[in-house]
Design a protein around this ligand. Structure first.
Ligand SMILES: Nc1ncnc2c1ncn2[C@@H]1O[C@H](COP(=O)(O)OP(=O)(O)OP(=O)(O)O)[C@@H](O)[C@H]1O
Length: 341
């Protein structure tokens, strides 16, 4: 009875993360002569908190972007969610299971792709790797053939199914990895930088595939990426992590509202563009002779900015006002480490 209740609590969302932390113990680097030898003989340890008390939950069928700059703690989180790493403290449940403890059952629920590292056998033709996985996951023949046909078509694997992984281009390798990760029909896909280093055409194919798998099969996706186009095209919701702490969890458009306060106004003048010196305002002469004015919308309204410009005696001929795009916003968050959170 208690167990059923507990299981229900854990399954209230597909993924539940409560106050999750991971601290690595690393050897303290030393300086000076024979430092490497000293560290080897008498290692001194320091602790590095890679993930620091994060909370979030993910519902069935969601595609969520998990973003943060290098070293923010994204891969460490994914590794805890996939059961590769044991958390230092806190709770993590994926479909009611504790990933590192219920590993066997959990592995049937998830597919994992690390963009920078293949999980396929290096010297073995792709198709043989897929057959090995079929055996490991006990995928029935019919299911396997159906999936193979579908993934071969959607990911265009036909040309290189018989080639060993070491001979594949990066884009081909990631496509093969995606097929491998989905062969056993997992409910959840963890993608760690799946499009990194992949050319534009291959990226587009990967994105289409991820969307299709989500829509047609209801696979939930947690995706880490530095690619702004991935974010705009794939996810509605983003979780931002900085220094191991969660600094934003919400809709992409909310990210724009909270952080995207920067406005860029591009102006053309009848006469010479004015010299504008206002606190917190940047200006830039454009190649076409116009003036770009950048300001925080909380500091100046567009109206106020225009009246400042008119006071200089210049006559405005044309004007374009731009909002910050996601790329700018992410850059700002990374630079400032988040605010108001
Ligand atoms: N095995 C490890 N041992 C010690 N420290 C580690 C280990 N793995 C990661 N770290 C440290 O933990 C912090 C978080 O690393 P993590 O790889 O999770 O970041 P990330 O957000 O995935 O970064 P990236 O975008 O560069 O992949 C970093 O300071 C990193 O140096």
């Amino acid at each position: 009875m208690l167990f059923a209740k507990e299981r229900k609590r854990r399954q209230s969302a597909l993924i539940t993360v409560n106050n999750l932390s991971k601290t690595y113990r690393i050897v303290r680097p030393r300086e000076g002569r024979f430092s490497a030898l000293k560290s080897l003989v008498h290692p001194e340890y320091i602790e590095r908190r890679a993930v620091d008390g994060i909370h979030f939950s993910i519902k069935d069928g969601e595609i969520v972007g998990y973003i943060g700059q290098n070293g923010a703690g994204k891969s460490t989180t994914i590794k805890m969610l996939s059961g590769i790493l044991v958390p230092t403290s806190g709770e993590v449940y994926v479909d009611g299971l504790i990933p590192h403890r219920d590993r066997k059952e959990h592995l049937h629920n998830i597919g994992v792709v690390f963009g920078q590292k293949t999980s396929l056998w290096w010297d073995v033709p792709v198709i043989d790797s897929l057959h090995i996985l079929k055996k490991m996951y006990r995928v029935e023949d019919e299911r396997f053939q159906k999936n193979l046909a579908l993934f071969t078509e959607l990911l265009d694997l036909g040309n290189f199914l018989n080639q060993p992984v070491r001979q594949l281009s990066l884009g081909q390798r990631v496509r093969a990895d995606l097929a491998a990760a989905l062969m056993h029909d997992p409910k959840i896909l963890f993608l760690d930088e799946p499009t990194i280093g992949v050319d534009v055409v291959a990226k587009e194919r990967l994105r289409k595939f991820i969307l299709e798998i989500n829509r047609e099969r209801g696979v939930s996706v947690l995706l880490t990426t530095h690619d702004v186009v991935d974010m705009e095209k794939l996810v509605n919701r983003v979780i931002v992590i900085h220094g191991g702490r969660l600094i934003y969890d919400g809709a992409i458009h909310g990210l724009r509202e909270r952080y995207g306060r920067q406005r860029r106004m591009e102006l053309q003048f009848e006469n010479e563009p004015p010299d504008l010196t206002l606190p917190g305002v940047d200006t830039e002469r454009m190649e076409d002779g116009g003036l770009a004015v950048m300001f925080d919308q909380n500091a100046y309204t567009v109206d106020e900015m225009l009246s400042h410009i008119r006071k200089t005696g210049s006559t405005i001929r044309d004007i374009i006002i731009q909002k910050a795009d996601i790329e700018q916003i992410v850059r700002d968050i990374y630079q400032e480490g988040g605010r108001d959170v």
